[in-house]
Ligand binder design. Structure first.
Ligand code: RP5
Length: 160
């Protein structure tokens, strides 16, 4: 089965990254979660990035805060699509540091960057990528979107 790799620079990122894990589990998508630090475990970063696609991982979600080099470095080494989650961490000034570190990649090395702490959307985007070649996942995404619509319509009831 195709998998999504969910990695983060520190265990302190887990409360934010849990949203990606939860939504992917909700779609019954297999995930592999790990801590990979660009600055503290550069050899592990290299090994992970060079080999993730050999374990049937199809998309990588990478979250990091502060000087957030993890998603960009993974994208530089891996052939897989990388979704970056900027995390507002203890060493972030106000979050913009993480956002810009992940967003402003040079041409040729894309990282699909979601909003600050936007791990839930990263999970949905990863599911949508897998859904391009897996009808079962695509069906679940359509059901999920119907659910979003129903919630908005319900919330408007009784307002008029
Ligand atoms: C980044 O530094 C991590 O991704 C984390 O967001 C931040 C702080 O890490 P800790 O000092 O909490 O381990 O590399």
């Amino acid at each position: 089965m195709s998998k999504v790799g969910v990695i983060m620079g520190s265990k302190s990122d887990l409360p934010v990254m849990q949203d990606a894990i939860d939504i992917l589990r909700g779609f019954d998508i297999e995930i592999e979660v790990d801590i990979v630090s660009a600055h503290r475990t550069p050899e592990k970063l290299f090994d992970y990035s060079k080999n993730a696609h050999k374990r049937n991982i199809k998309v990588i979600i990478a979250g990091a805060g502060g000087a957030a080099h993890l998603p960009g470095m993974v994208a530089s080494l891996s052939p897989l699509p990388v979704i970056g989650v900027p995390v507002k961490s203890s060493n972030s000034i106000d979050g913009w540091d993480s956002v810009l570190s992940i967003l402003q990649m040079p041409g040729g090395v894309p990282v699909a960057t979601v909003a600050l702490n936007g791990a839930k959307n990263a999970g949905i985007l990863a599911a949508q990528i897998l859904g391009c070649s897996d009808q079962c996942i695509l069906d679940k995404i359509m059901v999920y979107k119907e659910g979003l619509k129903a919630k908005v319509i319900d919330s408007a009831k009784g307002l008029k």
